[in-house]
Design a protein around this ligand. Structure first.
Ligand SMILES: Nc1ncnc2c1ncn2[C@@H]1O[C@H](COP(=O)(O)OP(=O)(O)O)[C@@H](O)[C@H]1O
Ligand SMILES: [Mg+2]
Length: 262
């Protein structure tokens, strides 16, 4: 229990280019818990992920985010990563000239801090082990980061980073998009292998199918830049079966997007 994280999002509002996207979002994630956020497109899910990680384009205008009582919003992005936040991105960037293994080792060492770097042998052993688990060919260690990777290979690579960095709060933004069923299963196994009391998950997904492989403890529906409904795994099954319209009807929501209009 000693290292079990407590991540609290309270009344979070955020804007991009002067437009408010997140409109007061509350969520608490504790170690050992898997939370899924589902919602139609354009409801602010990726904005939430970017805002939590500290993307400079997203301006927080109200609310707080804390990890074990520490103010996350005050932290620079690298400090957030060192504190144990991790984001597997919906659209990972390609970085030419930086090999995947150099990137991974730098990221691990940045997290471990000066004087406590991982030995090269130990790093390679760990990386190769995790790559095998993710069914990634050895060549991916030496290729430039995400360059020419297929959609599924990029997603596996995000999970590889997560497995090596061992974050405390893992945010996965549509990790299932673009994955065929075998890749989906492998990615889900990677996530499941990391489930522990020392770690909490926020899994953002548009479709229920990922949740056939990763059982969430809590499911939240996002509309209009906030969480409008929460439940257990059965809520995801209901969405799979009946879509989102019944939730909109129940809550009297006409347009579920953040309603930026034009
Ligand atoms: N960087 C950005 N610049 C301009 N608009 C943005 C940006 N990021 C998000 N938005 C807008 O915020 C709204 C919510 O987008 P997003 O968070 O990506 O939703 P979701 O991930 O739920 O599909 C959309 O209308 C989108 O166009
Ligand atoms: Mg998105």
């Amino acid at each position: 229990m000693a290292n079990s994280p407590k991540f609290i999002i309270d009344g979070l509002k955020a804007s991009v280019e002067g437009k408010e996207i997140l409109k007061g979002l509350n969520l608490t994630i504790q170690g050992g818990e898997i939370h899924a956020i589902m919602g139609p497109n354009g409801t602010g899910k990726s904005t939430l992920a970017s805002t939590l990680m500290g993307h400079p384009k997203y301006e927080v205008t109200a609310g707080s985010v804390t990890l074990d009582g520490e103010d996350v919003l005050e932290m620079a992005v690298d400090v957030r990563a060192r504190a144990g936040l991790f984001l597997a991105m919906q659209y990972p960037s390609e970085i030419s000239g930086v090999t995947n293994s150099d990137f991974l080792r730098s990221a691990i060492n940045a997290k471990r801090g000066e004087g406590n770097e991982i030995s090269l042998i130990k790093f390679i052993r760990q990386m190769e082990k995790k790559m095998k688990e993710l069914d990634m060919a050895a060549e991916f260690a030496h290729r430039y980061l995400n360059e020419g990777f297929s959609g599924g290979e990029k997603k596996r690579n995000e999970i590889l980073q997560m497995m090596l960095l061992e974050p405390r709060i893992c945010i996965l933004d549509e990790i299932d998009s673009g994955l065929d069923i075998d890749a989906l299963r492998i990615v889900a196994e990677g996530v499941n292998s990391l489930k522990s009391e020392d770690r909490g998950f926020l899994i953002i997904t548009h479709y229920q199918r990922l949740l056939d492989y990763i059982t969430p403890d809590f499911v939240h529906i996002m509309m209009q830049g906030r969480i409008v409904k929460s439940g257990g795994a059965e809520l995801a099954e209901q969405v799979e079966k009946d879509g989102y319209d019944w939730i909109k009807d129940e809550l009297g929501i006409v347009d579920e997007t953040v309603g930026l209009g034009v």
